[in-house]
Design a binder for this molecule. Structure first.
Ligand SMILES: NC(=O)c1ccc[n+]([C@@H]2O[C@H](COP(=O)([O-])OP(=O)(O)OC[C@H]3O[C@@H](n4cnc5c(N)ncnc54)[C@H](OP(=O)(O)O)[C@@H]3O)[C@@H](O)[C@H]2O)c1
Length: 354
């Protein structure tokens, strides 16, 4: 079969989406699909719909030059992300029916209700598009509803980039662990907090370490979401919803962030051969799941204690395999972009399998 061509709609065009487009171009000779972007929607940089295909290099330089994408649109006008999705779903009805239309949702995390990302995903699935997202909101707030909708319209809803970037967590369990029950997990899953704690150990200032994470595009757009543990709580809710079959939102996670942790605290712990890390965990008790995000002082034998800088790890507690560990030694925008690329590749594989 010839290579499928995916028609892409980008809702959100920030660090992750722009890195993804560059990565798709850099990886062209490794991909078993081709692609074309027909729409991009942002909050403050306008939107563009061009069913003939958008020049992505120009779109990237337009946004990085702080200009509006409207200037690339044949018929520019103000529209929301939902308007863009609906307009493209109508204009690309053939591609949608053939399963070649994909919505890439990379807007920022909204910690109140996961909106408007949840509505973006819903609208895309209703328009028969597959959805790939790096945004934790949809899976942390509405996983069961959106997965049921995706199944009912025979489309894919993938979100590998929501936890630990491109290192497989959801896809690993889905693809390689049939018949396993996950009864809990424990992990370090927020890179910004782990980097700050590691830098404090080296005598660096809290604010300087945070500024570095912001400069590298790794901190959340609103960094209080990292510092107050909300990002880790959203990931924890996502993991509980998908891997443990329970239904919770980030607001059900007992949460303490790292704002109160000082350089003195972390260096005092090190002097006692211990380390402070922001730990996310969930355990099933009877029919109920309890989830917690909090700084813990860990013994140096604990594998989570040895994670420094951008390293993350997640240990799943399973019934048939015991404890299974997934470790991410390096984190970067490329890894997040790879998560989206790998989800696109799986959609392409599905098209080829038909
Ligand atoms: N950066 C990472 O390392 C990383 C890692 C894993 C997961 N993620 C997740 O990936 C997502 C994107 O991250 P990022 O670093 O690319 O964020 P970002 O650089 O802040 O970009 C966010 C994009 O979303 C747009 N946007 C916000 N609200 C919107 C709305 N209502 N409708 C349409 N567009 C909207 C923004 O437009 P304007 O710029 O015009 O405001 C911007 O283009 C986030 O959910 C984040 O949590 C990021």
């Amino acid at each position: 079969m010839s290579q499928p061509e995916l028609t892409l709609v980008l809702i959100g065009f920030g660090n992750v989406a722009r890195r993804l487009l560059r990565l798709l171009e850099e990886s062209a000779d490794r991909l078993d699909f081709t692609w074309q972007v027909v729409a991009i929607s942002t909050k403050h940089h306008g939107s563009v719909i061009d069913m003939a295909g958008i020049d992505v290099t120009r779109a990237i330089s337009t946004v990085e030059g702080r200009q509006s994408l409207d200037r690339l649109d044949p018929t520019p006008h103000e529209r929301s992300g939902i308007d863009v999705i609906r307009q493209v779903a109508e204009a690309a009805a053939d591609e949608a029916a053939e399963g070649r239309l994909v919505c890439l949702e990379t807007t920022v995390l909204d910690i109140d209700r996961g909106e408007p990302a949840v509505s973006h995903v819903r609208a895309a699935l209703e328009g028969q598009a597959h959805v790939v997202t790096a945004n934790k909101g949809p899976v942390a707030f509405a996983y069961h509803e959106l997965e049921a909708l995706a199944e009912s319209v025979d489309r894919i809803f993938f979100f590998e980039g929501a936890v630990m970037d491109g290192v497989p967590v959801f896809n690993l369990v889905r693809e390689t662990m049939p018949a396993i029950t996950i009864d809990g997990f424990r992990g370090v899953i927020n890179s910004t907090c782990n980097f700050i704690l590691s830098e404090l150990e080296r005598g660096q200032e809290f604010d300087m370490a945070l500024a570095e994470m912001q400069a590298r595009g790794i901190a959340e757009a609103d960094p209080t979401l990292d510092l107050d543990g909300w990002d880790a709580a959203a990931k924890t809710a996502a993991l509980v919803n998908v891997l443990m079959g329970s239904a919770m939102t980030p607001h059900h996670v007992a949460r303490t962030g790292i704002r109160e942790v000082t350089g003195l605290d972390v260096r005092d712990a090190i002097a006692r051969n211990r380390r402070i890390r922001l730990v996310a965990s969930a355990t099933r008790h009877g029919g109920k799941v309890r989830a917690v995000v909090e700084p813990e002082e860990l013994d140096h034998h604990d594998p989570l204690a040895n994670l420094v800088g951008l390293e993350n790890a997640l240990y799943l507690h399973t019934d048939l395999l015991g404890e299974v560990g997934i470790v991410q030694r390096t984190g970067s925008l490329t890894q997040t972009a790879y998560a989206l690329l790998s989800d696109l590749a799986r959609i392409s594989q599905r098209l080829r399998d038909f």
